[in-house]
Design a protein around this ligand. Structure first.
Ligand code: DGP
Length: 218
């Protein structure tokens, strides 16, 4: 008789690789490129994007971003955070299953965009305390005036030069040991060379390490 085998969790976990930065800095392009390259190498990998507009909370955020719907700044901040919390357990399972997760925006964007509206930094961080902690953050850095020259800038609510400059300033305050700041003006290929190498290194390093669920816990 063949007994059903319980799906065992691999002791080798995946890496949590995050891309952060202001609008039009090239995060999604690099995240997609990294996904394709790792997938082609046979590395188990998934791509995730925040805000995750596919969920109920994500639909509300999408409506807000597209219509400029009048919503209290703190209320929208909490919605963005709730959107990350509702995905936490699935993200955790993916990582513990040995799959690397490439994430396009996360809690750092949450804080940067809300603190740029003059909400207190510590208040902005608090709802995201205890989320999964990324193993590496590629911060795609670019001045707002450069980003504004790129296609599509200005289509959504936050895409105004002055506001983006404030967002960038807050990002700078959030930098941690795990951050790799990249000059987003460089070519896609040049940037990817570095990102690809660093990602393979971090995937190796994370294999035997426990998953961190201590974002901003002191
Ligand atoms: P994107 O789909 O990456 O272009 O993001 C849509 C917009 O939402 C963009 O202007 C950045 C902003 N954004 C992303 N995450 C958050 C967040 O957690 N909080 C706030 N307030 N804005 C965010």
């Amino acid at each position: 008789m063949i007994l059903p085998v319980e799906k065992s969790k691999s002791s080798i976990r995946g890496a949590f690789i995050l891309f952060e930065g202001c609008d039009r800095a090239g995060k999604s392009t690099q995240a997609a490129k990294l996904f394709e390259s790792l997938d082609a190498l046979g590395v188990p990998v998934k791509l995730w994007k925040f805000p995750d507009r596919t969920t109920l909370i994500g639909h509300m955020i999408d409506k807000y971003l597209k219509s400029g719907h009048d919503l209290d700044d703190r209320a929208i901040h909490l919605l963005f955070s709730a959107n990350r919390w509702e995905c936490k357990s699935v993200m955790k399972d993916i990582l513990l299953d040995g799959t690397t997760l490439i994430v396009d925006r996360y809690a750092y964007s949450g804080v940067a965009y809300s603190a740029a509206k003059d909400l207190e930094l510590e208040w902005c961080k608090s709802p995201d305390i205890g989320l999964l902690t990324p193993d590496i953050v590629f911060f795609m850095d670019m001045k707002a005036e450069e980003a504004a020259k790129r296609g599509g800038f200005g289509e959504e609510l936050y895409e105004k030069k002055e506001f983006q400059e404030k967002v960038r300033d807050v990002f700078m305050l959030l930098k941690e040991r795990t951050w790799e700041t990249l000059d987003a003006r460089k070519s896609v290929t040049e940037l990817y060379e570095h990102i690809g190498k660093m990602s393979l290194k971090i995937i190796q390093e994370c294999k035997g390490l426990p998953l961190k669920e201590d974002l901003w816990k002191s």
